[in-house]
Design a protein around this ligand. Structure first.
Ligand code: 7GP
Length: 806
């Protein structure tokens, strides 16, 4: 439905009067934002209800995407865009003297995730709705999102993110859909009158799970799916047990924070309970919905329901589904198992061994006794079936319960019909190394689904200047179908187009420069190369390698002030996990080096370092359109996919990368001439692991440049890092440089030098940039979710519905 500007203005004013008893002139930005949000929500509420009803009436199979993280960021503009009213709303607001962009800044980032995995889940939610697929998210409504990051004396300081303080305009609390979740206590099996074994619970705690639903608005297609996030409450029946404030707090803390520190027992307990809480609530509500609206026998469940386990945090979906089918629906084990495996599918997002989740048997038994019993049975039956087919060792290594621990990845693979990695290289590594044992057992279960990004958000919403150039050059179809970006290829030698794209980039850079000045007091020139590394702070992602190169440049410039090079601004955005000491040490070192270089008069602004605090989705939206260089420099084999690489490419940044994760596919898309590749290949990395020949000490001894750079950490060159500098130095030399930074250093420097040269030839650079934009279409999450829908979830897009609705 087209939006009439005048009606929209009137409605906004009317709602302000009704809700705040105020005229527009007197309303604050906050009040206008909430009013506008309510107006937008009202515009899609019918479609939300209709979508739900359609799925039910037509008995459509639906997918439920279970994820312990979702990172939607701000939703005002993306809802306006998807409803097809962004431009009109913007104009109407302008008429009223209001800037939509300023208003949008009022919205708190919904930051219910740490990084890539959570953002991917949100890109998928957008694309699932936009593709017209019946699909819903299921997660946790944390009271506090990921911590807010500040820097104090160069150190990361974590502050609570009170995102719900002023309410959340998009959510709907659905108390009538609450379910109870049982944890703790004891469970034993007792025979019932009819001779069946039934679990009996003793001293368990009952938690009430209350859902908060948010509409996931599809792009101009009248589809609105649901993201359901669960919050814990105390059920009436349990009120007596929670009379002390202390007791209530403990319970209410369950959904208070995202990923509580799991380095201590108390933290681990909360985390495991969180995992079960949203899994159990989600599955109970799916089954209830199925029974009420589909009216099909439970034995047909897998024809109508698909559940996706987004990394292993929701792996308890497997035993929880079994519990409901056996204990409550009274199916046989065999039948329940058959259904469960057909319903479940699993994505692995990391090859880092320390991130593969395991829980001690003891903790599992104490926290979730019935889950543990069921997992023991799954494990025993697995061994029984497999020992006839495979060698004893192999079966032992792949068991769910082994060496006193419950292995959640093993549970996810054994209990589902599909396991996928998130880029070709990653999926291959899962098969050949990380999950090789399982690949032998279940070769048909393994597949690849290369990640993608919500391209409309990461181009149309965040980068208007570029979007306008695209419209003028190739028409507007790319806005609907990002595959059409390839039309831009025809303009790679069109000087006028190249210049217009360059101008758009310049506008974005100036805007970011203003933001940088405003938040950090650092002045940067929009003529410099904006060299960007934005992602979680992790040793394997090698922000430190970036820093080593910067220090080298600094030393070169100090030694030879007339050295020719392009001006560069190195921009970082990264949070370190609160308990990740080494990552925090790197942050401190980057900040102190920034202080040194930015204030050194000899450097005369030729290099600047900007570490923007509190990296999140909204900040990414400011940085990405302004980037010239995209740093994707993880040690080959370690980054499962990466998604900032795709966002940066789409916005015309040139990728500087190792052949890791999806970088490999980006290289294939743009060709060797339009990307800068350096460093060890994944094969070479594994060779080092095998022959154990890596010696950082030798590289240090033999390479004077490396020596000088590393010495800067311990000889006082970089001030205020007496302890941190030593720690970095030792990690590289004494502990032999786990991520081979020194081995890749020379080739990284070389690639950086080529970039420096290339930027000097602006036509050449702009052409590379254009080719990157033109080939970014394939990394759309629209495409990715279509592959999941077809190959894994077996759900259909409801294009027919769109035509029915008109
Ligand atoms: C990330 C991977 O590190 C990144 O390479 C990938 O692009 C992203 O998932 C989406 O697939 N992993 C996580 O964020 C994470 O928490 C540990 O993984 C389970």
């Amino acid at each position: 439905m087209a939006l009439d500007k005048e009606i929209f203005k009137e409605e906004l004013k009317q709602r302000l009067r009704e809700n705040y008893a105020m005229e527009l002139e007197d309303a604050s930005e906050q009040e206008i934002f909430y009013t506008l949000g309510a107006l937008v929500k009202a515009r899609y509420s019918d479609a939300w209800r209709d979508t739900w009803k359609y799925y039910v009436d037509k008995n459509k199979k639906q997918v439920y995407y279970f994820s312990i993280e979702f990172l939607p960021g701000r939703m005002l503009k993306s809802n306006l865009l998807n409803l097809g009213i962004l431009d009109t709303a913007r104009e109407a607001l302008t008429d009223l003297g209001i800037h939509l962009d300023d208003l949008a800044e009022v919205e708190k980032d919904m930051a219910l995730g740490n990084g890539g995995l959570g953002r991917l889940a949100s890109c998928f939610m957008d694309s699932i709705a936009s593709g017209g697929f019946p699909g819903n998210g299921n997660g946790i409504r944390y009271d506090y999102g990921l911590f807010k990051q500040r820097f104090v004396d160069g150190y990361q300081v974590e502050l609570p993110d009170e995102w719900l303080q002023s309410g959340n305009i998009w959510e709907v609390r659905r108390e009538s859909k609450a379910v109870d979740v049982r944890v703790g206590g004891h469970v034993y099996l007792a025979e019932t009158n009819d001779g069946k074994l039934k679990p009996v619970y003793e001293n368990e705690r009952v938690l009430r799970a209350v859902p908060y639903d948010t509409g996931m608005v599809g792009y101009e297609n009248n589809v609105v799916n649901t993201l359901r996030l669960w919050a814990v409450e105390i059920p009436d029946s349990e009120e007596d047990k929670y009379q002390s404030i202390q007791g209530r707090r403990e319970l209410e803390d369950l959904t208070a924070v995202l990923y509580p520190d799991d380095s201590n027992e108390q933290g681990r307990l909360i985390r495991l309970t969180q995992e079960y809480f949203f899994v159990s609530a989600g599955i109970q509500s799916i089954i209830r919905h199925y029974k009420k609206w589909f009216q099909k026998p439970i034995s047909k469940l897998s024809e109508y329901v698909s559940i996706h386990i987004n990394d292993t945090h929701p792996a308890l979906c497997v035993p929880e589904m079994m519990r409901i089918l056996i204990d409550e629906e009274e199916l046989s084990w065999e039948q329940a198992w058959d259904i469960t495996v057909k319903v479940m599918s699993y994505t692995n997002h990391t090859i880092m061994a320390e991130a593969l989740e395991k829980w001690s048997i003891d903790l599992m038994q104490r926290t979730l006794p019935r889950m543990y019993q069921i997992m023991e049975e799954i494990d025993a039956r697995y061994v029984q079936t497999m020992q006839e087919l495979h060698p004893h060792d192999l079966v032992e290594r792949t068991r769910i319960i082994r060496n006193g621990q419950v292995h959640m990845a093993h549970l996810s693979i054994i209990g589902s019909h599909s396991t996928n990695g998130v880029a070709k290289l990653h999926s291959d590594l899962l098969k050949s190394v990380v999950l090789h044992d399982f690949y032998i057992i279940y070769p048909d279960r393994f597949n690849n689904k290369t990640n993608g990004i919500a391209q409309r958000r990461w181009s149309q919403i965040v980068n208007e200047p570029m979007s306008n150039v695209l419209d003028e050059t190739i028409g507007k179809t790319w806005r609907q179908d990002s595959g059409d970006l390839k039309l831009l290829r025809n303009y790679q030698s069109d000087q006028a187009v190249l210049e217009k794209l360059a101008e758009a980039k310049k506008i974005n850079k100036q805007k970011l420069a203003d933001y940088i000045l405003g938040t950090t007091d650092i002045e940067v020139s929009a003529d410099a190369i904006f060299d960007v590394q934005i992602k979680r702070l992790h040793a394997y992602k090698r922000q430190l390698l970036n820093l080593l190169h910067i220090i080298k440049l600094y030393q070169d410039l100090k030694e030879n002030p007339s050295l020719e090079m392009q001006k560069r601004v190195f921009i970082f955005g990264a949070k370190a996990a609160p308990s990740y000491h080494y990552a925090k040490v790197i942050i401190k070192c980057i900040n102190e080096t920034a202080n040194l270089i930015n204030n050194d008069p000899d450097i005369k602004d030729r290099i600047k370092i900007v570490f923007l605090p509190n990296y999140n989705v909204s900040l990414a939206e400011k940085i990405i359109p302004a980037a010239d260089v995209s740093e994707q420099i993880s040690l080959a084999s370690k980054e499962a996919s990466g998604t900032s690489n795709m966002k940066l490419m789409l916005n015309g940044a040139i990728t500087l990368a190792t052949l890791d994760g999806a970088n490999v596919e980006i290289r294939d898309a743009v060709g060797d001439d339009n990307i800068y590749i350096f460093g060890l290949t994944e094969k070479e990395v594994y060779e080092y692991y095998e022959n154990q020949e890596y010696s950082a000490q030798r590289l240090y001894d033999e390479n004077a440049v490396i020596r000088r750079v590393l010495n800067a950490f311990i000889d006082g060159t970089i001030p205020n890092i007496v302890y941190e500098g030593r720690e970095i130095f030792d990690s590289l030399i004494k502990y032999n440089d786990e991520y081979f930074l020194l081995r890749d250093f020379d080739s990284y420097v070389e690639a950086q030098e080529e970039i420096d040269k290339a930027y000097g030839d602006q036509t050449f650079w702009q052409k590379m940039s254009l080719i990157n934009i033109a080939n970014a279409g394939r990394f759309s999450s629209d495409e990715t979710v279509s592959r999941y829908a077809e190959d894994i979830w077996k759900i259909e897009s409801k294009d027919s519905f769109v035509t029915e609705k008109g």
